[in-house]
Design a binder for this molecule. Structure first.
Ligand SMILES: [Zn+2]
Length: 272
């Protein structure tokens, strides 16, 4: 009923654009679609422009990601030509029901001296710089499968407490698996960084184009190098417990247009 009223209201504003209502949770990536008589529209939401592709017959599909900490509430997605709005859709962003995760680690992994703090800050800065690198576009915005077989040990968004102290929310998912388990790339991409970080351990960052970047941390071994193009399904390394880890697991994080998104929301079962 609510949706019906909304459609009528929008129809009165701007014929022939038809608004669709989407509901998503913090950290979700959603697929949006519309019909437009335009050859090169752009898609805008959360103050950013988002990738889209033609499905033929005037149909367009786009992808939008809500950051883990985006403010819950109502947003508008606008399909534009230049600054002209061609169609608008409604997004209702719900607060994520994120659980609490407590870990206990050695003191040197929770309390840092000045030199270690400087190292951590330098490493985080270098990692963040990769999130906005431009990579040749891959036609897909999907992760074809989980990069390693195993159970999710810490879900996305969990509020972290390390030795009792509140830390940043968990910006990826942790998948527990035996040390040495192969990590296979769930979507083709270019290696943006191979590094060994104090907290994240051995880490690989892959750019997939369209603003999609994935991060793999705490690896035992990395077997790709910067600049390489890796195909979907190729092994990039193996599961380990390097950096701050309580046991062997893969930390898998995804940034989409620099928003911290839930990798699980890009898996095929969550995308129609
Ligand atoms: Zn993690």
């Amino acid at each position: 009923m609510k949706r019906y009223a909304c459609l009528l209201l929008l129809a009165a504003w701007s014929l022939p654009a038809q608004a669709t209502e989407y509901t998503l949770t913090q950290g979700d990536v959603i697929t949006v679609e519309t019909t437009l008589n335009d050859k090169a529209p752009t898609l805008h939401c959360f103050g950013k422009s988002w990738p889209l592709k033609s499905l033929g017959d005037h149909r367009w599909r786009g992808w939008i990601g809500a950051d883990l900490k985006s403010k819950p509430g109502d947003y508008t997605a606008q399909w534009q030509h230049g600054s002209k709005v061609l169609a608008s859709d409604h997004l209702h962003l719900n607060k994520g029901e994120f659980r609490i995760s407590r870990i206990t680690v050695e003191k040197k992994m929770a309390e840092f001296d000045a030199k270690t703090i400087a190292r951590i800050q330098r490493e985080v800065k270098a990692l963040k710089a990769t999130y906005t690198e431009t990579v040749r576009a891959n036609p897909d915005i999907v992760m074809h499968y989980q990069p390693v077989n195993g159970e999710v040990s810490t879900p996305f968004g969990a509020q972290r407490y390390v030795n009792g102290e509140a830390r940043s929310p968990h910006s990826g998912i942790d998948i527990a698996a035996p040390e040495g388990s192969p990590i296979r790339l769930p979507l083709a991409g270019s290696v943006l960084m191979v590094t060994d970080m104090y907290l994240n351990g051995k880490t690989i960052v892959i750019g997939h184009g369209n603003g999609l970047v994935s991060v793999y941390s705490h690896m035992h071994a990395t077997n790709v190098s910067k600049g390489q193009w890796i195909k979907t399904g190729e092994q990039i390394g193996s599961v380990g417990a390097t950096g701050r880890a309580t046991g062997p697991h893969l930390h898998w994080g995804v940034r989409f247009n620099n928003a911290r998104v839930n990798p699980a929301s890009l898996l095929p079962q969550n995308n129609s």
